[in-house]
Structure formats: structure tokens, C-alpha cells
Design a binder for this molecule. Structure first.
Ligand code: GLN
Length: 307
């Protein structure tokens, strides 16, 4: 079957599952999305882009942005410096959990794909002021999605700030543990801004294709990210990218992936293609229910399981 037929079939099969999930409500703006919507885009070799469903509906990157901020931090500071603040181990806990942070005084967050880890990574980004740091990371996202008009959804950003109680608690705990040293409010400004970047499946399929291809632009072949950084990030996506569902996802789908509570998931099928799925109805882990079903189907049909 051609890409187009496969994507449509994935969408059809996943549609009934959307009724099993719910949109995120703890960020008020996210609950306004239609939980029945599904979208998908695939960016193959030579930038061959194919999409189906609500693939041009905008949604916020949320935790998918953790990948972008991590790449920016690694490019700017190197792995040794970044991983002195954050580990590389999966937690098995929810993405916004802070239980383990308080177990040992001074303990680093487990990995950069959970909120605590991404907040520590945000503190690694250098710049003269917070606006400059946000601009640097947003530019990175624009480059990796090949979309120069990517922007921050101000309504979602305001909503995140209004109800980000747990993230505030996390940044304060990290500050008292000596893991971060910048102003907590500025660290959160960068973290929330990145979560609030608005994108569609086609933008994110391009980002996934950059990772799948080892760091080069799928359309032009230009190197955008160093290979050693891409390899590191892909490995963290496998072990930690789907929160406390990462193990089961590796077994059932087997593609380095990262999800966000906006309903998006990016999947980088190494050496093959980049996929982005969207469906705002989430399961109890915070992963898109319909998105997971589409990825299970495509992984099987296209033989994308890396294991
Ligand atoms: N902005 C969200 C939060 O901080 C991102 C979480 C997510 O996508 N899992 O809670």
C-alpha cells in the first residue's frame, strides 16, 4: 500500500479508540480541543511528505518540546555539563511526579523527558535574558520543523502559567537541591513557552524526520544537529519518551518517540521516516490514545520496529 493509503487506514482503525480518552484538563486551554480529532503526517526519504485527517490542525507541542530544548542545551553546553544536572534513567513515575526528587537532598531529576528533568535542562540554556533564551529555543524549533513562522500560543502559555502549581513546586525543589541556579520564574518562563509552541503534524513529522535521519534536513540534506547528539536524544526517547508507558511502548511499537499532553506524538523510525500523530484524547499516562493506535498499526505494516 502507498503511504497515503496506510495513513488513512491507520486513522480509520484508531478513530473508535478516541472515545476512550479525555483531553488534558489541568491546563484549561487544552480541554477546548475536540477529543474526536485525529491527524497524522509522515515525512519519508527526500522529504516526501504525506498526511491524513486533521494534519494541519494546530496544537501545542507540550512535552515534545523537551526534545528541542534538550538538543539546544546539548549544542550549547555539551553532554557533560547538561548531564551533570539531569540523569538518563527512566522513572516509571508520572511525567509531573516529584516524589523521587525529594528522596535525597541534592538529587538530580532522573531524565530530561519528564517535567523535572526538562526544567533542569531549561536552566542550562544560556542567553543575556529570558527573552533571548526563549527566542534561541524557538528558533531551534523553527529550524528543526523547517517552519519559520512557528510561534507560541499565548492563550495556552497564560493557561500553563495560571495552573502550573506542580511545575512551580518542582522548580523550587530543584533550586533548594542546588540543581538549578537561575531565577525560578525565568526558568519556568522558558519551560512553559516551549510547551506552548503551536505546531501541526506536518511540522512535527519534519522534526521527527531530522531525528530519524541522524540530524540532517530531510529535504536538503543539510546537517542541522550533530549525529552524536541525535543518537543520545533518540536513546532517551526510547527509554523515557512516553513517560511511564515507555517500556510497553518499546515492546509494542519499538520506535524512538516523544509524546505531549497536547495530544501529539513524534516518532523517529531510524533511517526510514519521521511520523507525527495527533489526537487530543489522552489515556491515564498522558499519551494520545488514538495516536498510540495509529503508531502500533504503522509500525507493524511498515516494519518500523527497531527491535
Ligand atoms: N506543559 C505540560 C506540563 O508541564 C507538559 C507536560 C506533558 O506534555 N506531559 O505539565
Amino acid at each position: 500500500m502507498e503511504y497515503g493509503g496506510l495513513l488513512n487506514e491507520a486513522l480509520l482503525r484508531a478513530q473508535p479508540y478516541t472515545a476512550r480518552g479525555k483531553t488534558a484538563t489541568y491546563i484549561g486551554e487544552l480541554s477546548k480541543k475536540d477529543p474526536s480529532h485525529l491527524g497524522i503526517a509522515l515525512c519519508g526519504p527526500e522529504g516526501r511528505m504525506c498526511s491524513a485527517g486533521y494534519s494541519s490542525e494546530k496544537f501545542t507541542m507540550q512535552s515534545i518540546s523537551k526534545v528541542v530544548t534538550l538538543i539546544a542545551a546539548l549544542e550549547q553546553n555539551g553532554a557533560e555539563s547538561v548531564f551533570s544536572r539531569v540523569g538518563m534513567e527512566p522513572t516509571g513515575d508520572a511525567f509531573n511526579s516529584m516524589v523521587r526528587l525529594d528522596l535525597l537532598s541534592g538529587s538530580r531529576p532522573f531524565n530530561p523527558m519528564i517535567n523535572a528533568g526538562a526544567i533542569a535542562v531549561a536552566d542550562c540554556i544560556r542567553g543575556n535574558n529570558v527573552a533571548e533564551r526563549v527566542a534561541l529555543c524557538l528558533d531551534f524549533a523553527r529550524k528543526l520543523t523547517r517552519n519559520p513562522s512557528l510561534s507560541i500560543d499565548q492563550a495556552v502559555l497564560a493557561s500553563e502559567k495560571a495552573t502550573g502549581y506542580k511545575n512551580r513546586a518542582i522548580v523550587n525543589l530543584l533550586e533548594s537541591n542546588g540543581v538549578v541556579s537561575g531565577s525560578p520564574e525565568e526558568i519556568l518562563e522558558l519551560y512553559f513557552s516551549m510547551c506552548s509552541i503551536s505546531a501541526d503534524c506536518r511540522d512535527l513529522a519534519c522534526l521527527a524526520a531530522v531525528l530519524a535521519g541522524g540530524g540532517t534536513d530531510p529535504f536538503t540534506g543539510e546537517r542541522l544537529v550533530r549525529f552524536d547528539i541525535v543518537r543520545l536524544v533518540r536513546s532517551l526517547m526510547v527509554t523515557c519518551g512516553m513517560y511511564d508507558y515507555s517500556g510497553e511502548f518499546a515492546s509494542t511499537v519499538g520506535i524512538p518517540s516523544k509524546s505531549g499532553v497536547g495530544g501529539g506524538i513524534i516518532s523517529a523510525a531510524i533511517g526510514k521516516c519521521g511520523i507525527a500523530v495527533y489526537g487530543p484524547a489522552l489515556d491515564s499516562h498522558g499519551n494520545s490514545v488514538g495516536g498510540l493506535k495509529m503508531l502500533e498499526y504503522l509500525s507493524d505494516e511498515m516494519d518500523l520496529n527497531m527491535f
